[in-house]
Design a protein around this ligand. Structure first.
Ligand code: PMP
Length: 369
């Protein structure tokens, strides 16, 4: 019984031999590996969550608001305030993390017989959720400096004619943002190949030096902006992602969403967090300056660093990145080896955590020089 493995079960052929997504969750003093926000939610917000959840608990005998009307209204208000473009509740949809948003988009616009494309290295879940929804996956090109080469990307779109195109801006794990002109060029290429959905994954946009690409949804019904409360709102444990798009896209994902997918407790907690937006965005400002400090210090130490618009920094180059990852871990700091040959990624933590990380890599550099 014990020697029965996944592959002994009658699972789908395309899942055979594959491993689940997962960064190591190790118990080390400094964890800078999953792009989380290092700041716990402020106490007044914790109190407000307790209050809102208490109210929601009184009605847990009922199913939650299936359309999350209040939450979508508040998310629309947040986007309008910060995204440089007015959006209404009808433009916004929410789900359990932006991973679920992406899954719902793929279930609606891709699936068996259709293909999705991303420009790698990028967020690996785009490919994994594609596979999970029976969608074919095409890995598109990126320049040597990890930026999106518009001409090469357009050529790949014209060749493969994908049904869904992912553009991650700022990109994970490299940190680079994509400019509006490139997104428009790719959108046009995607529409010329065949009408297809372009998903701009803006999970990290609040940390960017550049404004959001949200205004691009105007007049472009096949363009979707995907967002999350996991990073800027410091609420990875909440599981709340959302999208902004033409109302028809919001109507379309209703075809695949599970009824009552967003629990009343989730909706209550997210609404409480949105009441404290200004405090949380204050933490974002601190993290942005810590991110810029990491970039500057890593360069001063002598590492190569990719420009970052996110709450993490990609640094290298290493002959054996995994060995360096282990050596940093041996000094009590967990960073991320994303499998990009020669590079590692560190999430911006508190100033103390970043100092611990910088001390560790400084010591390593000394040992090897
Ligand atoms: N998009 C990108 C680019 C990410 O890096 C992540 C999280 N690592 C997500 C989406 C998913 O975030 P969540 O499901 O927590 O909203």
């Amino acid at each position: 019984m014990n020697d029965l493995g996944i592959d002994d079960l009658p699972i789908r052929d395309e899942l055979r031999g594959k491993s689940p997504y997962g960064a190591p969750q190790l118990d080390v003093p400094v964890r800078l590996n999953t792009n989380e926000n290092p700041y716990p939610l402020p106490e007044p917000l914790v109190e407000r969550i307790a209050e809102r959840v208490r109210d929601a608990a009184r009605e847990l005998n009922r199913y939650p608001d299936r359309d999350a009307v209040e939450l979508r209204t508040e998310l629309a208000r947040y986007l309008t305030r910060t995204g440089g473009h007015p959006v209404a509740r009808e433009n916004v949809w929410a789900a359990n993390g932006s991973n679920e948003v992406i899954q719902q988009l793929l279930q609606t616009f891709a699936g068996p017989g259709r293909i999705a494309m991303g420009f790698e290295p990028s967020y690996s879940m785009h490919g994994l959720i594609s596979r999970g929804t029976g969608t074919g996956w095409i890995s598109g090109p990126r320049g040597d400096d990890f930026t999106l080469d518009a001409a090469a990307a357009r050529a790949a779109i014209a060749e493969h004619r994908p049904d869904v195109v992912f553009i991650t801006s700022p990109n994970n794990p490299t940190g680079t943002a994509v400019d509006a002109g490139t997104v428009l060029a790719l959108y046009e290429a995607a529409q010329a190949a065949k009408p297809s959905l372009v998903v701009v994954d803006e999970a990290y946009v609040e940390f960017s030096h550049r404004p959001s690409l949200l205004p691009l949804i105007e007049g472009r019904p096949n363009l979707v902006i995907s967002r999350t409360m996991s990073k800027a709102f410091g609420a990875a444990g909440l599981r709340l992602g959302y999208l902004a798009a033409h109302p028809a896209v919001v109507d379309a994902v209703q075809l695949v969403r599970l009824p009552y997918h967003l629990s009343a407790v989730t909706q209550a907690t997210a609404l409480a967090a949105l009441e404290h937006t200004d405090t949380l965005l204050g933490y974002v400002e601190q993290l942005k300056s810590e991110r810029d400090r990491l970039v500057a210090e890593l360069r001063a130490i002598g590492y190569e660093v990719t420009e970052s618009d996110a709450n993490f920094v990609q640094f290298g180059r290493f002959a054996d990145a995994h060995a360096v990852w282990q050596q940093i871990l041996d000094r009590g700091v967990l960073v991320r080896d994303n499998g990009v040959p020669g590079w590692l990624r560190v999430t911006a933590g508190t100033p103390e955590e970043n100092d611990a990380f910088l001390d560790a890599v400084r010591a390593l550099k000394k040992e090897h020089s």
